[in-house]
Design a protein around this ligand. Sequence first.
Ligand code: ZN
Length: 286
Amino acid sequence: MPELPEVETVRRTLAPHLEGRRVVDVTFDDPRVARYPTDPARFAARLVGRRVRAVGRRGKYLRIALDDGGEWIVHLRMAGRLLWHRDPERRERFQRARVTLDDASAVDYIDMRCLGGMYRPDDGEGGRGTPAGLVGLGPEPLGVEFTPAVLAARLADRAASVKAILLDQRTVAGLGNIYVDEALHRARLHPLRTGASLRPGEVRRLHAAIRAVLVEGIRAQGVSFALYRDGEGRPGEMGERLTVYGRAGQACYACGETIVRARVAGRGTAFCPRCQPAAPRRAPRR
Ligand SMILES: [Zn+2]
C-alpha cells in the first residue's frame, strides 16, 4: 500500500532522528523480516556499530546509507511501517524487529502481513542481497531524469494498458494503484488506453499529472486508509484529497458523472467515464 509519497513521508520524519546516530542493538521478533542476511544474528551483527549517514529513498524503498559505505534497506511492501520512539517499554501489535540507537531511541518495524522486510546487502552498488525490485527500477518521477520524452519512449509501441505500464516499476519508480488512478484521472485518460495509442499531448499531460499527484501526496503526508503512518506514528491527509481512488459510486468533482470501478491490470480501478473516455476525443492529426 505505501507508495512513493508515503515512503517519502516516512523518510522525512525518520531522517532527523536517525542521521548521525549509531546502531547499538538489533532484535528480531520475527526472523522472516531479515531478508538478507536471512540469519537474524548475522543481520544484527552487520548493522550494530554502524552510524547512519543519510536516510534516502528510491521508488518505494528506504535506503539508509551507513558509515562503512554500505546500506540498510527497508521495503514496507503492503503493510509495513517504521515507527521511531523513545519508549523502551513500547510494543506495537505485529512488531517484527527493533533497531535501537545510541541515544536510547528506537525504530520499530511493524508489519501485520510480514510481506516486507529489511536488507543489509553486501558492500558495493547492487551487491549481493540487494532487493530484486531495486535492480532495473525506472526513473524517479520527481527527478530531472523523468521527462515527457522518457515517458513517451516507455509507452511507445506498447499494446498493454497505460495503467499496467505505469504500475510496472521499470516504467517509473514508486507508483501504485492509488496514485496511478489519480494521475490518469487528472490527465483525463482511460486506464485501458494502450501505451501505443497515446498522442504526444496526452503523454505530456500524463507526465505532468504523475508529478502533480505525487507532489500533492507528499505535501499531505500520504494516504492513511489502512495501516500506513509516518515515522512518528501520525496518519496522512491525502485520503481526503483523492479524486477517484476509493470513490466509486460517488460524483466526479470535475464533471458530476458517477465514478465507476473496473478491473484493469488485475487491480481494482476507479475512473470517471466522462472525463476519461475510452478513445481520444478527436482523431489524431496527420
Ligand atoms: Zn468526471
